[in-house]
Design a protein around this ligand. Structure first.
Ligand SMILES: *[C@@H]1O[C@H](CO)[C@@H](O)[C@H](O)[C@H]1NC(C)=O
Length: 310
C-alpha cells in the first residue's frame, strides 16, 4: 500500500476529507426561494430577485459562491413582470425541463398567478411538481377561503395542464398562523426517501421569525385527498441567528446517497420576505423509523462537510 492510499483510507475511516467542505451562505443576498438540482456534474441553484430568475451553477456547494450566474427569466408583460417568486424546475420529458414560478403585476399581490401553468384564473404562488407512483401532481399555494393561504393540489395531464384542484393543507395550527391574517402554507417542497413521500412547506408569515417548515407525510391512497397525508411540525425554525428559514427545497448529493435541504433565511430580526435573505444548505438526517430530522439551521460561516460524492 502506498502512503497516499493509507492516508486516504484513514481519512475515509475517520470521515475526514472524503467530501469537500463548504460554509453557508451560498448566495449572500437575493438568495430568496431557493431551489436546487444536481445534474450531470453540476449543482443548479435557482433563486429570485423579484424581477428575474437566476440560475447559478458550480461543481461544488462552496463553488456556488462564485459560480457562473445567468438570468434565465425576466418578463416585460405588465401582468406578470413583477413579484417573481417561488421557482422550481423539473425534467418532465427526456428532452425538456420546465420552470414553474409565480409572478404578477408590480402594483399589488392580487395578480399573483402560477406560470408555466395557468391552472385556473385564481390567485396562486409557489407551484411545484410532486411525483407519486409515476404520476405527476401540481402543488401550489392558493386561497380557498379569505385569510387561509393553503396548499392546493391537482393531477397533471401534461407539463402545462392540470385537472381538478383540491385543497391539500389549510394553515389551521397556531404555528401556521403567526403574523396572520392571512395564515400561511406556501412553498411546498417534495421530499422522497426509500419509497416514502413527504411534502415540506413554509408556515406562518415570512416577515416573522416563526416563518418555519411544516411537513405532510403521505400515507398511501389518493395523493389529492388531504386524508392521505399526516401533518407534523413545526420543523426547521429560526435558530443561531438565522431568522425565518421557511420555504426550502431538497436536492440529492452527487452520488445520490444523501438528501440535502436548501433554504433561505435572514440575519435581520425578526425576519424578511425580500432580497435580504441568503441561500444556505445543510444535510437532512434520517431517524431509524424513517422520519426526517432537519435539525436546526447552523450558524452561517460554520465549516460543514459537503455532500457525498462531491
Ligand atoms: C436584489 O436584486 C435586485 C435586482 O437586481 C437589486 O435591485 C437589489 O438591490 C438586490 N437586493 C439586495 C438585497 O442585494
Amino acid at each position: 500500500m502506498r502512503i497516499a492510499s493509507i492516508i486516504g483510507a484513514l481519512t475515509g475511516l475517520l470521515g475526514l476529507g472524503s467530501a469537500a467542505s463548504f460554509s453557508n451562505p451560498l448566495k449572500a443576498t437575493n438568495g430568496s426561494d431557493p431551489f436546487m438540482v444536481y445534474s450531470d456534474g453540476y449543482y443548479y441553484l435557482m433563486t429570485t430577485t423579484w424581477t428575474n430568475l437566476q440560475i447559478t451553477r458550480a461543481k461544488t456547494l462552496e463553488g456556488l459562491k462564485n459560480g457562473e450566474t445567468k438570468v434565465v427569466w425576466t418578463d416585460t408583460n405588465s401582468a406578470r413582470c413583477c413579484n417573481v417568486w417561488g421557482p422550481s424546475f423539473i425534467r418532465l420529458t427526456t428532452r425538456a425541463w420546465y420552470i414553474y414560478y409565480t409572478a404578477g403585476n408590480g402594483n399589488n399581490l392580487d395578480g399573483q398567478r402560477p406560470h408555466v401553468l395557468k391552472p385556473t384564473n385564481d390567485w396562486g404562488i409557489d407551484g411545484t411538481v410532486l411525483r407519486v407512483a409515476n404520476k405527476n401532481y401540481f402543488v401550489w399555494s392558493c386561497f380557498p377561503e379569505a385569510n387561509m393561504q393553503s396548499l392546493c393540489i391537482a393531477p397533471m395531464n401534461s407539463p402545462t395542464s392540470i385537472g381538478t384542484r383540491s385543497v391539500l393543507s389549510r394553515p389551521t395550527n397556531s404555528w401556521e398562523q403567526v403574523g396572520s391574517p392571512p395564515s400561511v402554507n406556501e412553498g411546498a417542497a417534495p421530499l422522497y426517501h426509500y419509497g416514502r413521500v413527504f411534502l415540506a412547506y413554509g408556515a406562518s408569515f415570512c416577515w416573522t421569525s416563526s416563518y418555519q417548515v411544516g411537513l405532510l407525510t403521505y400515507n398511501g391512497g389518493d395523493p389529492t385527498k388531504s386524508s392521505s397525508w399526516t401533518k407534523t411540525g413545526p420543523f426547521f425554525s429560526s435558530a443561531n441567528r438565522n431568522y425565518g428559514p421557511g420555504h426550502n427545497a431538497f436536492f440529492n448529493s452527487p452520488d445520490g446517497k444523501e438528501v440535502w435541504n436548501v433554504y433561505h433565511a435572514t440575519w435581520i430580526q425578526p425576519g424578511a420576505c425580500d432580497g435580504n435573505r441568503y441561500t444556505a444548505a445543510q444535510k437532512v438526517n434520517w431517524r431509524s423509523d424513517g422520519t426526517a430530522d432537519f435539525g436546526q439551521p447552523q450558524p452561517t460561516g460554520t465549516v460543514l462537510v459537503g455532500p457525498s460524492g462531491e
